[in-house]
Ligand binder design. Structure first.
Ligand code: GLU
Length: 473
């Protein structure tokens, strides 16, 4: 029987990995459980003056580091089990990429595409007020962010509500650090929108660059020329597909709610995106083969599969048909625990969600730092660096009696902008974390997968942090 508890699956992975650590049982239990689960309901007045009762949650999984961090999901599928699972994944995600936060997650059980903008604004602001009332939001307490069904607009409403209603912080300068993923004009950060997709790309590129692992999979090293199917053209899937394409991968399949398309010769991501925007559907795109049931495209021929939509997309019913040799989890929990076993038996490399999609929270961390320091990255040093690099070039030109072209000179002297630093910090984070997980995996033959290794890395770090708190001396 396939378990249908997402949190149950996360706990199963945790237990499997915990066997490879020396932490005491009680400490492991403390790490695994959700510290606070807040379920609340509030009324919504619709534009036609009817009322609805809205179900909402905020789960704080682990307080070993504060604030806790994690997005807010708006979806009609939201339930307590899902929010708990997603909150737990945030804890492990932050640990593997060395982001000094605990994990949390929020959920509002609404289909955001069914409501008018001002109804959504009322839902979002009321949700924020409920969090404020219970101390479930604040720069040093709990810092939400976008997730499925929410974006910069909702984050702006929440930041504004926080600044308006939170009496202890009203007027205080750190208030904007109560939430990340804000619009740039509201002290958001350049590169946050693309961050999760860009991180998925870095994860896949790094995996492909390890020649030994590619040999085991029967693939050539490097992303160049590898065929890729992406499920989901939302913020994560669209950006992942775009960066993978720019990085030399060939996007052969794309999947959305209305169906999927497949063309072994390659699809142009930007063109397909525009086609969907214009026609409202992926289908009827040029000569691509089309599938009314999008999930059939998951089973088509490709080297790499990127499920970047929702959880439970690869289950025991379709796992055996997956052709891809590498799966990069853009979404959280797209593979069920039972499906994972089938895929591992077939020798697939699964880049687990808690690592592969950690780019979003990594850049959220940078945004939070920016909000607390009240200065954009690069602001103090950009011009000074350009001046100093320019002097260096002048000295070299003088000594060598030769001149750089203006383009070469510009390239050498250019100081880093905020978005340059954000992207570089993200790239470094993803590469460092990849090798830390891989080394843990390869150094212990009993660790069966990349995912288990990622959990081991996370549990070790969180355990150590609890020990340092003196809770488990
Ligand atoms: N919702 C994203 C995630 O699942 C981002 C969370 C954040 O930035 O705090 O990782």
């Amino acid at each position: 029987m396939e378990t249908n508890s997402f949190f149950g699956d996360v706990c199963k992975y945790f237990d499997k990995a915990a066997l490879h650590t020396d932490h005491p049982k009680g400490l492991l239990e403390q790490i695994k459980m959700c510290n606070s689960v807040y379920h609340f309901k509030f009324p919504l007045r619709l534009d036609d003056d009817k009322y609805e009762v809205i179900d909402a949650w905020r789960v704080e999984h682990s307080h070993h580091m504060l604030p806790v961090k994690g997005g807010i999901r708006f979806s009609s599928m939201v339930c307590e089990d899902e929010v708990m699972a997603l909150a737990a994944l945030m804890t492990y995600k932050c640990a593997v990429v060395n982001v000094p936060f605990g994990g949390g997650k929020g959920g509002v059980k609404v289909d955001p595409w069914k409501y008018k903008t001002n109804e959504l604004e009322r839902i979002t602001r009321r949700y924020a007020v409920e969090l404020i009332k219970k101390n479930f939001i604040g720069p040093g307490i709990d810092v939400p962010a976008p997730d499925y069904g929410t974006g910069p607009r909702e984050m702006a409403w929440i930041a504004d509500t926080y600044m308006t209603f939170n009496s202890t912080n009203t007027g205080q300068s750190d208030s904007l650090a109560c939430i990340t993923g804000k619009p740039i004009s509201q002290q958001g950060i350049g590169g946050r929108k693309e961050a999760t997709g860009r991180g998925v790309f870095f994860a896949i590129r790094e995996a492909c660059n390890v020649a030994d692992d590619m040999k085991t999979l029967g693939l050539k090293p490097g992303l160049d020329g590898k065929t890729v199917i992406v499920q989901g053209l939302g913020n994560v899937g669209y950006h992942a597909a775009k960066f993978i394409e720019e990085g030399g991968g060939i996007i052969v399949g794309l999947i959305e709610r209305e169906g999927g398309i497949y063309d072994p010769k390659g699809l142009d991501v930007e063109e397909v995106f525009k086609h969907r925007k214009d026609t409202g559907s992926l289908l009827n795109y040029k000569n691509a083969k089309e599938f009314k049931n999008g999930s059939e495209v998951l089973e088509q021929e490709c080297d790499i599969l990127v499920p970047a939509a929702l959880e439970n997309q690869i289950h025991k019913g379709n796992a055996a048909n997956i052709k891809a040799k590498i799966i990069g989890e853009g979404a959280n929990g797209p593979i069920t625990a039972e499906a994972e076993e089938i895929l591992l038996k077939k020798g697939k490399l699964i880049l687990a969600d808690m690592y592969a999609n950690a780019g979003g929270v990594t850049v959220s961390y940078f945004e939070w730092l920016k909000n607390l320091s009240h200065v954009a990255f690069g602001r103090m040093e950009k011009r000074y660096d350009e001046f100093s690099h320019g002097n260096f070039v002048d000295v070299i030109e003088d000594l060598t009696k030769s001149k750089l072209t203006p383009q070469q000179k510009n390239m050498v002297i250019k100081g880093a902008s905020e978005v340059d630093l954000v992207n570089s910090g993200l790239e470094d984070t993803m590469i460092t974390a990849y090798h830390q997980i891989r080394e843990t995996w390869k150094s212990n033959p009993k660790i069966d997968s990349f995912r288990t290794a990622a959990f081991v890395v996370a549990i070790e770090k969180i355990g150590e942090s609890y020990m340092n708190l003196g809770i488990f001396p």
